[in-house]
Design a protein around this ligand. Structure first.
Ligand SMILES: Nc1ncnc2c1ncn2[C@@H]1O[C@H](COP(=O)(O)OP(=O)(O)OP(=O)(O)O)[C@@H](O)[C@H]1O
Ligand SMILES: [Mg+2]
Length: 264
């Protein structure tokens, strides 16, 4: 196994506010990493680093041993909790758009055989996520679970090696959530993906992940809450039998979630 992503002493700071500090870790290719931690711990920031939407203020992020380029590349796909599909496009158009942008960067439009091929690829991906009979409907006509299936198809159609999922099931009903967990697990295996899943649900983290990573602050300064950032305070590979013990240990490890609004 080799590291697809490598973080070496990575910091992210906004002026005097430290969000992430001294993050040093490797992520193995084809692993399924669940990322947990309190609100504001920098989980989404960490995903933005992987996407190249943001650069570290200190340290380095390597993709396949090479410094990550500060731009979105087709080797990384992303699904957010909500709103990652275009409302004015049908399911098929949403998924085709990614291919059109990649293959016709100027006009984002393909013609003739190239268009037919993109259409077939998009339809096949929609079938893979269970939307074969919904190619021509709009997101507003879909349930939350269907919209997330669409967002996953949109992310996967370009065959990324790394799939980033930022609380993708957070807004879904429990039953639908189980279906989505099964879908993501199947796609992870079938496509040989490396997945980084941010979730607030510790059970989900342990159920799906081959590794659970928790971000939190090691140090707090009550007079200057911005002074210290979060880092990986807990990191466990799940090829061990005592999953439940590990889950309890993590629950005890994380600092309690602030109840008051704006406490992050
Ligand atoms: N552009 C920015 N300028 C200043 N601070 C920022 C900026 N982007 C993020 N932050 C801060 O970084 C911290 C981490 O944010 P981030 O969204 O990564 O947390 P998170 O762990 O994803 O939280 P949540 O679980 O609520 O989604 C927050 O305190 C946030 O306010
Ligand atoms: Mg977040």
């Amino acid at each position: 196994m080799s590291a697809i992503l490598s973080f070496d002493n990575v910091w992210v700071e906004y002026r005097d506010k430290v969000v992430l500090e001294s993050v040093t870790l490797d992520i193995e290719e084809r692993s399924f990493v669940s990322l947990v931690g309190p609100s504001g711990a920098g989980k989404s920031t960490f995903l933005r680093l992987v996407l190249g939407q943001e650069g570290p203020t200190r340290g380095t992020v390597l993709l396949d041993g090479t410094k990550l380029k500060p731009e979105c590349e087709p080797d990384r796909g992303v699904v957010f909790q909500k709103y990652s599909v275009f409302p004015h496009m049908t399911a098929l158009q949403n998924v085709m758009l990614g291919l059109e942008c990649a293959r016709a960067p100027v006009m984002a439009r393909l013609y003739g055989k190239a268009r037919k091929r993109a259409r077939d690829e998009a339809a096949a991906m929609l079938e893979a996520v269970g939307l074969a009979h919904n190619l021509d409907i709009y997101p507003a006509q879909m349930s939350g679970g269907m919209q997330q299936r669409l967002a996953i198809a949109q992310a996967l159609v370009k065959h990324p090696r790394i799939l980033l999922l930022d609380e993708p099931f957070g807004a879904l009903d429990p039953g639908i959530r189980l279906d989505m967990q099964a879908l993501v697990t199947r796609l992870w295996r079938e496509h040989g993906l490396t997945i980084l899943l941010v979730t607030h649900d510790i059970q989900e983290a342990f159920k799906l992940g081959t590794r659970v990573l928790a971000f939190d602050k090691r140090r707090h300064d009550p007079h200057a809450p911005h002074r210290y950032g979060a880092t990986a305070v807990y990191d466990v590979a799940l090829d061990r039998k005592d999953r439940e013990d590990a889950e309890r240990e993590l629950a005890a490890h994380l600092s309690p979630q602030p109840a008051a609004a704006g406490a992050a």
